[in-house]
Design a protein around this ligand. Structure first.
Ligand SMILES: *Cc1c(COP(=O)(O)O)cnc(C)c1O
Length: 308
């Protein structure tokens, strides 16, 4: 992509198209479902990670910091997005990666791309990673570098502000808007900007602190969380989910990611089938991106996640 495009895109609000999601499971039950193609905003800095970076990159430029430092796991969409965006804007960036054992292994496709984009990767133990900004590596780096710190998953108030730009006035017609939840920043942005409709977050990480964290950013009570039950958990996509993503791609031409969007749609279909869905029949799903992780996923789990 021409760097100019992203530079210009920074200055304006981008709008993703809503595509009808035609599956027999929906029409049989009288549902009308669309999917907002936020995944098309940018090939690497895609989806909600693009939204979350927009105002943070502006703040970075105003801060006088010399480098942006952030955190992520080995297949992190957030690290991929930060590295891609920083490369285009010529910003130095450092990624603190969870797991010091990775330092001695060949880089997976996500981290390799981060490195190619100029991100300095620093691997830390899981214990230190859990300390985030308080970890000793971050403190050491801060002694020699003026850093702009971006939390894990990119979620802070500016990220939530960016996510308020996902919905447009035309989306007011939907009864329900659905997104996958990691840290909940995207959900908070959607809730704050929604019309008179309900936001449903499919929570994929078992973490009891997430509702409280969402409440620090969400100013309204128009949202609910659905816990992921039908599926083994974050990043553990089983054969059933791989088959489901393959089916969705064949039926709709839309590629979902294994960690967030496929589990969300899988569970939505399940709830509609089981008659446990109570949020209305006109549904908008947010495709938050994440397809960059497929290559690494396939090599790690020896799965055949589809691709286009
Ligand atoms: C990070 C991510 C999410 C979760 O976003 P949060 O704001 O952290 O809840 C959902 N989908 C994809 C594809 C992501 O990369």
């Amino acid at each position: 992509m021409n760097p100019l495009f992203l530079g210009m895109a920074l200055l304006q609000s981008l709008i993703a198209i809503n595509q009808p999601l035609i599956l027999p499971e929906f029409s049989q039950h009288g549902f009308s479902v669309h999917i907002k193609r936020e995944d098309m905003l940018h090939p690497l800095a895609s989806g909600n990670k693009w939204r979350k970076l927009k105002y943070n990159i502006e703040a970075f430029k105003q801060s006088g910091a010399k480098a942006l430092l952030t955190f992520g796991g080995a297949y992190s969409n957030h690290l991929a997005a930060v590295a891609a965006w920083c490369a285009q804007e010529n910003i130095s960036c450092i990624g603190i990666v969870r797991g010091d054992e990775l330092a001695h292994k060949p880089l997976n496709p996500t981290l390799e791309k981060c490195q190619q984009n100029g991100m300095q990767l620093v691997f830390v133990s899981r214990a230190e990673y859990a300390q985030k900004e308080q970890g000793k590596t971050v403190h050491e780096l801060q002694r020699t570098h003026v850093l702009y710190l971006l939390p894990e998953g990119g979620t802070n108030a500016l990220a939530v502000k960016g996510c308020t730009e996902i919905l447009t006035p035309e989306d007011a017609n939907f009864d329900a808007v659905c997104c996958a939840v990691g840290t909940g920043g995207t959900l908070a942005g959607l809730a704050n900007s929604a019309a008179d409709q309900h936001i449903i977050g499919f929570q994929l990480v078992k973490d009891a602190t997430i509702p409280a964290r969402i409440r620090t950013f969400a100013t309204r009570e128009n949202w609910s969380l659905v816990q992921h039950a039908a599926y083994k958990g974050y990043a553990q996509a089983d054969a059933q989910l791989v088959a489901f993503a393959t089916y969705v791609l064949q039926q709709t031409g839309i590629l979902l990611d294994p960690i967030y969007t496929a589990p969300m749609l899988f569970q939505l279909v399940q709830m509609i089938r089981d008659n446990t869905w109570t949020f209305g029949t006109k549904i908008l799903l947010i495709h938050t991106g994440g397809t960059q992780a497929i290559e690494g996923f396939n090599s790690k789990y020896a799965r055949q996640w589809p691709s286009i």
